[in-house]
Design a binder for this molecule. Structure first.
Ligand code: PGA
Length: 250
Protein backbone atom coordinates (compact mmCIF):
# COMPACT_ATOMS: atom_id res chain seq x y z
CA UNK A 1 0.00 0.00 0.00
CA UNK A 2 1.46 3.40 -0.90
CA UNK A 3 2.30 5.64 2.04
CA UNK A 4 -0.02 8.66 2.35
CA UNK A 5 1.96 11.87 1.98
CA UNK A 6 2.03 14.05 5.06
CA UNK A 7 2.57 17.81 4.92
CA UNK A 8 3.17 19.39 8.32
CA UNK A 9 3.16 23.18 8.69
CA UNK A 10 5.16 24.07 11.80
CA UNK A 11 4.37 27.68 12.62
CA UNK A 12 6.71 27.71 15.63
CA UNK A 13 6.15 30.89 17.70
CA UNK A 14 4.29 32.83 15.01
CA UNK A 15 0.69 34.07 14.60
CA UNK A 16 -2.11 35.11 16.95
CA UNK A 17 -5.47 33.28 17.05
CA UNK A 18 -6.98 35.84 14.64
CA UNK A 19 -4.05 35.46 12.23
CA UNK A 20 -4.39 31.68 12.40
CA UNK A 21 -8.07 31.88 11.38
CA UNK A 22 -7.24 34.25 8.52
CA UNK A 23 -4.55 31.88 7.33
CA UNK A 24 -7.02 28.99 7.11
CA UNK A 25 -9.55 31.14 5.25
CA UNK A 26 -6.89 32.21 2.72
CA UNK A 27 -5.31 28.76 2.43
CA UNK A 28 -8.33 26.51 1.82
CA UNK A 29 -9.30 27.90 -1.62
CA UNK A 30 -5.68 27.51 -2.78
CA UNK A 31 -5.47 23.74 -2.39
CA UNK A 32 -7.14 21.16 -4.55
CA UNK A 33 -8.97 18.38 -2.70
CA UNK A 34 -6.03 16.10 -2.04
CA UNK A 35 -7.53 12.81 -0.88
CA UNK A 36 -4.06 11.24 -1.15
CA UNK A 37 -2.32 13.60 1.27
CA UNK A 38 -2.67 14.57 4.89
CA UNK A 39 -2.22 18.28 5.60
CA UNK A 40 -1.67 19.32 9.20
CA UNK A 41 -1.24 22.80 10.69
CA UNK A 42 0.81 23.10 13.88
CA UNK A 43 -0.02 26.51 15.36
CA UNK A 44 1.23 27.76 18.73
CA UNK A 45 -0.85 26.13 21.50
CA UNK A 46 -2.83 29.32 22.17
CA UNK A 47 -4.03 29.30 18.51
CA UNK A 48 -5.21 25.67 18.48
CA UNK A 49 -8.92 26.38 19.23
CA UNK A 50 -9.15 29.14 16.58
CA UNK A 51 -7.38 26.96 14.01
CA UNK A 52 -9.59 23.94 14.77
CA UNK A 53 -12.69 26.11 14.43
CA UNK A 54 -11.54 27.63 11.13
CA UNK A 55 -10.53 24.22 9.72
CA UNK A 56 -13.82 22.53 10.67
CA UNK A 57 -15.38 20.45 7.83
CA UNK A 58 -12.25 20.88 5.70
CA UNK A 59 -9.52 18.34 4.90
CA UNK A 60 -7.09 20.12 7.24
CA UNK A 61 -5.94 18.59 10.51
CA UNK A 62 -4.55 20.48 13.48
CA UNK A 63 -1.68 19.41 15.71
CA UNK A 64 0.44 20.67 18.59
CA UNK A 65 4.14 21.53 18.55
CA UNK A 66 4.81 19.88 21.90
CA UNK A 67 3.15 18.04 24.79
CA UNK A 68 3.86 16.96 28.35
CA UNK A 69 4.35 13.25 29.12
CA UNK A 70 2.41 13.51 32.38
CA UNK A 71 -1.37 13.10 32.44
CA UNK A 72 -2.15 15.91 34.91
CA UNK A 73 -0.75 17.58 38.00
CA UNK A 74 1.58 20.30 39.22
CA UNK A 75 3.48 20.93 35.97
CA UNK A 76 3.26 24.68 35.44
CA UNK A 77 3.10 25.72 31.82
CA UNK A 78 2.61 22.23 30.41
CA UNK A 79 -0.19 20.72 28.30
CA UNK A 80 -1.17 17.03 28.37
CA UNK A 81 -1.99 14.75 25.46
CA UNK A 82 -5.61 14.44 26.63
CA UNK A 83 -5.97 18.23 26.67
CA UNK A 84 -4.69 18.42 23.09
CA UNK A 85 -7.14 15.74 21.99
CA UNK A 86 -9.99 17.55 23.75
CA UNK A 87 -9.03 20.76 21.92
CA UNK A 88 -9.29 18.99 18.57
CA UNK A 89 -5.67 18.03 17.87
CA UNK A 90 -4.96 14.86 15.92
CA UNK A 91 -1.17 15.16 15.61
CA UNK A 92 1.79 16.30 17.70
CA UNK A 93 5.41 17.15 16.91
CA UNK A 94 7.89 15.55 19.31
CA UNK A 95 11.59 16.22 19.82
CA UNK A 96 11.99 19.10 17.39
CA UNK A 97 15.64 20.18 17.35
CA UNK A 98 14.70 23.62 18.70
CA UNK A 99 13.17 21.94 21.75
CA UNK A 100 16.24 19.76 22.15
CA UNK A 101 18.60 22.72 21.68
CA UNK A 102 16.89 25.58 23.56
CA UNK A 103 14.67 23.77 26.07
CA UNK A 104 16.90 20.91 27.11
CA UNK A 105 14.81 18.07 25.74
CA UNK A 106 16.70 14.82 26.03
CA UNK A 107 16.21 11.51 24.24
CA UNK A 108 14.67 10.16 27.46
CA UNK A 109 12.08 12.97 27.53
CA UNK A 110 11.36 12.43 23.86
CA UNK A 111 10.69 8.74 24.62
CA UNK A 112 8.22 9.63 27.39
CA UNK A 113 6.46 12.17 25.16
CA UNK A 114 6.18 9.64 22.37
CA UNK A 115 4.57 7.11 24.71
CA UNK A 116 2.11 9.74 26.00
CA UNK A 117 1.13 10.74 22.45
CA UNK A 118 0.64 7.16 21.28
CA UNK A 119 -1.42 6.25 24.34
CA UNK A 120 -3.76 9.15 23.55
CA UNK A 121 -3.99 8.10 19.88
CA UNK A 122 -2.34 11.26 18.61
CA UNK A 123 -0.22 10.86 15.48
CA UNK A 124 3.28 11.77 16.63
CA UNK A 125 5.84 13.25 14.26
CA UNK A 126 9.14 12.38 15.87
CA UNK A 127 11.95 14.70 14.75
CA UNK A 128 15.50 13.44 14.41
CA UNK A 129 18.52 14.94 12.69
CA UNK A 130 22.22 15.58 12.91
CA UNK A 131 24.05 18.85 13.61
CA UNK A 132 26.59 20.19 11.12
CA UNK A 133 29.62 19.02 13.15
CA UNK A 134 28.11 15.55 13.39
CA UNK A 135 27.63 15.37 9.62
CA UNK A 136 31.15 16.65 9.00
CA UNK A 137 32.55 14.09 11.42
CA UNK A 138 30.76 11.32 9.51
CA UNK A 139 28.46 10.58 12.46
CA UNK A 140 25.10 11.16 10.76
CA UNK A 141 24.01 7.51 10.75
CA UNK A 142 25.07 6.96 14.37
CA UNK A 143 23.19 10.05 15.53
CA UNK A 144 20.02 9.08 13.67
CA UNK A 145 20.20 5.50 14.94
CA UNK A 146 20.74 6.66 18.52
CA UNK A 147 17.91 9.20 18.45
CA UNK A 148 15.56 6.55 17.06
CA UNK A 149 16.64 3.72 19.42
CA UNK A 150 16.23 5.97 22.46
CA UNK A 151 12.88 7.32 21.27
CA UNK A 152 11.53 3.82 20.52
CA UNK A 153 12.49 2.34 23.92
CA UNK A 154 9.72 0.13 25.42
CA UNK A 155 7.31 0.90 22.59
CA UNK A 156 5.74 -1.99 20.65
CA UNK A 157 5.11 -2.09 16.92
CA UNK A 158 1.37 -2.28 17.61
CA UNK A 159 1.32 0.82 19.79
CA UNK A 160 3.64 2.68 17.40
CA UNK A 161 1.27 2.17 14.45
CA UNK A 162 0.54 5.88 13.96
CA UNK A 163 4.15 7.02 14.24
CA UNK A 164 5.65 9.26 11.56
CA UNK A 165 9.23 10.53 11.60
CA UNK A 166 10.68 13.76 10.29
CA UNK A 167 14.30 13.77 9.24
CA UNK A 168 15.42 17.32 9.93
CA UNK A 169 19.15 17.97 9.59
CA UNK A 170 19.78 20.75 12.12
CA UNK A 171 22.04 22.61 9.67
CA UNK A 172 19.14 22.90 7.21
CA UNK A 173 16.51 24.32 9.57
CA UNK A 174 15.80 27.98 8.90
CA UNK A 175 19.15 28.39 7.13
CA UNK A 176 18.08 28.26 3.49
CA UNK A 177 20.37 25.23 3.06
CA UNK A 178 18.46 22.13 2.01
CA UNK A 179 19.64 18.54 1.99
CA UNK A 180 19.71 17.19 -1.57
CA UNK A 181 17.09 14.53 -2.31
CA UNK A 182 19.95 11.98 -2.32
CA UNK A 183 21.21 13.06 1.12
CA UNK A 184 17.69 12.94 2.52
CA UNK A 185 17.06 9.52 0.93
CA UNK A 186 20.23 8.11 2.50
CA UNK A 187 19.21 9.39 5.95
CA UNK A 188 15.67 8.08 5.48
CA UNK A 189 17.07 4.64 4.65
CA UNK A 190 19.05 4.64 7.90
CA UNK A 191 15.94 5.60 9.87
CA UNK A 192 13.86 2.98 8.06
CA UNK A 193 16.50 0.33 8.81
CA UNK A 194 16.47 1.25 12.50
CA UNK A 195 12.65 1.06 12.53
CA UNK A 196 12.89 -2.37 10.86
CA UNK A 197 15.33 -3.58 13.55
CA UNK A 198 13.05 -2.43 16.36
CA UNK A 199 9.54 -2.87 14.95
CA UNK A 200 9.99 -5.29 12.04
CA UNK A 201 10.01 -5.04 8.26
CA UNK A 202 6.31 -4.73 7.70
CA UNK A 203 6.14 -1.75 10.07
CA UNK A 204 9.15 -0.04 8.55
CA UNK A 205 7.76 -0.37 5.00
CA UNK A 206 4.63 1.51 6.05
CA UNK A 207 6.45 4.11 8.16
CA UNK A 208 6.16 7.65 6.82
CA UNK A 209 9.41 9.60 6.90
CA UNK A 210 9.15 13.30 6.12
CA UNK A 211 11.95 15.65 5.23
CA UNK A 212 12.25 19.00 6.98
CA UNK A 213 14.75 21.85 6.68
CA UNK A 214 14.30 24.84 4.35
CA UNK A 215 11.58 23.23 2.24
CA UNK A 216 10.24 25.91 -0.10
CA UNK A 217 7.96 26.05 -3.14
CA UNK A 218 11.02 26.02 -5.44
CA UNK A 219 12.60 22.85 -4.03
CA UNK A 220 9.54 20.88 -2.86
CA UNK A 221 8.89 19.22 -6.23
CA UNK A 222 12.38 17.82 -6.47
CA UNK A 223 12.34 16.55 -2.88
CA UNK A 224 8.86 15.01 -3.18
CA UNK A 225 9.89 13.20 -6.37
CA UNK A 226 12.27 11.08 -4.26
CA UNK A 227 10.43 7.87 -3.34
CA UNK A 228 12.00 7.70 0.16
CA UNK A 229 10.49 11.11 1.06
CA UNK A 230 6.89 10.76 2.27
CA UNK A 231 6.11 14.41 2.86
CA UNK A 232 7.56 17.52 4.44
CA UNK A 233 7.79 19.38 7.73
CA UNK A 234 7.75 23.02 6.73
CA UNK A 235 8.70 25.93 8.98
CA UNK A 236 9.32 29.37 7.46
CA UNK A 237 7.60 28.65 4.15
CA UNK A 238 4.42 27.52 5.93
CA UNK A 239 3.63 30.95 7.35
CA UNK A 240 2.22 32.30 4.07
CA UNK A 241 -0.88 30.60 2.67
CA UNK A 242 0.37 30.89 -0.92
CA UNK A 243 3.74 29.35 -0.31
CA UNK A 244 2.38 26.46 1.81
CA UNK A 245 -0.23 25.80 -0.89
CA UNK A 246 2.46 25.70 -3.58
CA UNK A 247 4.36 23.08 -1.54
CA UNK A 248 1.28 20.96 -0.81
CA UNK A 249 0.20 21.09 -4.47
CA UNK A 250 3.68 20.13 -5.65
P1 PGA B 1 12.31 25.61 8.14
O1 PGA B 1 11.94 24.81 9.47
O2 PGA B 1 11.40 25.07 7.05
O3 PGA B 1 12.06 27.04 8.44
O4 PGA B 1 13.73 25.30 7.84
C1 PGA B 1 11.65 23.45 9.47
C2 PGA B 1 11.35 22.98 10.87
O5 PGA B 1 12.05 23.36 11.79
O6 PGA B 1 10.38 22.23 11.10
Amino acid sequence: MPRTRLFAANWKMHKTPAQASHFVRDFLPLISNHADREIVLFPPAICIPATVEAAKRSQLHVGAQNLCWEKAGAFTGEISAAMLVAAGCTHVIIGHSERRQYFGETDAMVNKKLKAALESRLTPILCVGEALQEREAGDTDDVLRRQCTEAFREISAVSAAKLAIAYEPVWAIGTGKTATPEMAAAAHETIRAEAADVFGNKFSKGLRILYGGSVRPDNAGELMAESEIDGALIGGASLEAKSLAAIVNS
